[in-house]
Design a protein around this ligand. Structure first.
Ligand SMILES: Nc1ncnc2c1ncn2[C@@H]1O[C@H](COP(=O)(O)OP(=O)(O)OP(=O)(O)O)[C@@H](O)[C@H]1O
Length: 263
């Protein structure tokens, strides 16, 4: 099977008033369709920068110096190259920590799903918009899709809001989903349900999921592969079982030792 997402030698720098700051240093990563990769590491290790680089949402003072990101064999990011506007929201869906960053608080869920579908699916009919909106909420295991479609985000519970946000990310049937700390703000029970939902979606739809989390325990429950980041570098990268059972790097061993229930 060929790689869906390949990050090779990605080096990213922020320009600051006084100096340049390297945010990512020769990062390598691979992900196949139907797989989940957990990008883990302490705060400030570069996880969000990596996730944002894949979707071309780096801040204005940040640039790609070396390396490349390819999606299904096509280069989308390289020094001086940014083709992410062709894939963002269509081939690649995004879910953020805070559903309010994924969802527009001023629009009903129905309107938001319709807007995304109309933007990305040429000549889609009203009936098809409605059918796919209901279908995607059902895929999110939402039992009363009509109520959710007719709600504003603030009228939904945190868990339902995040499910609606995931629905918005996958309604265009992307090949890849980037989820950045998207369960962090949820209570543990809701977090578990969202993680189970992700596993089901990946298995059912065959998408690739890049799941950014500082929570190694959560990553161990969900992910097939794990990339451990420290100071802008991927220090360890491999099958989740292998990384967790036989960590090669001292940094990974320290992260594991910090989990109270890990033995
Ligand atoms: N635009 C920027 N300009 C300057 N420094 C930045 C910029 N964006 C990120 N950084 C710095 O790069 C480092 C990595 O940040 P990043 O948000 O990628 O880390 P992270 O692993 O996602 O952390 P967290 O888990 O806290 O979100 C941090 O030290 C951050 O302050």
């Amino acid at each position: 099977m060929s790689e869906l997402l390949t990050v090779s030698g990605l080096t990213v720098t922020a320009r600051l008033a006084a100096d340049d700051l390297r945010l990512l240093d020769a990062v390598d990563l691979e992900l196949r369709a139907g797989q989940i990769i957990g990008v883990v590491g302490e705060s400030g290790s570069g996880k969000t920068t990596l996730a944002r680089a894949v979707v071309g949402l780096l801040e204005r003072n940040v640039r790609v110096d070396q390396g490349a990101i390819t999606l299904a064999g096509q280069t989308v990011v390289a020094p001086g190259v940014d083709r992410t506007d062709r894939i963002r929201g269509s081939a690649v869906g995004m879910v953020f920590q805070d559903a309010s960053r994924s969802l527009n608080p001023l629009m009903k869920v129905r309107t938001q799903l319709a807007e995304v579908l109309r933007r990305h699916v040429r000549d889609i009919t009203r009936a098809e918009v409605e059918r796919r909106s209901v279908e995607v909420l059902a895929q999110m295991r939402i039992t009363d899709p009509t109520r959710v479609l007719d709600s504003y985000p603030h009228q939904l519970s945190g868990g339902l809001r995040q499910r609606a946000a995931i629905g918005l990310a996958v309604v265009t049937r992307p090949a890849l989903v980037i989820a950045d700390e998207c369960t962090t703000a949820l209570d543990v029970t809701t977090q578990t349900k969202v993680v189970e939902l992700f596993r089901t979606l990946v298995d059912e739809l065959g998408i690739g999921l890049l799941f950014v989390t500082h929570d190694l325990m959560l990553a161990s429950d969900l992910c097939d592969r794990i990339a451990v980041m420290s100071r802008g570098r991927v220090v360890e990268h491999g099958d989740a079982d292998q990384v967790l059972e036989q960590p090669q790097q001292e940094y990974t061993r320290r992260l594991l030792a910090a989990i109270p229930s890990w033995s």
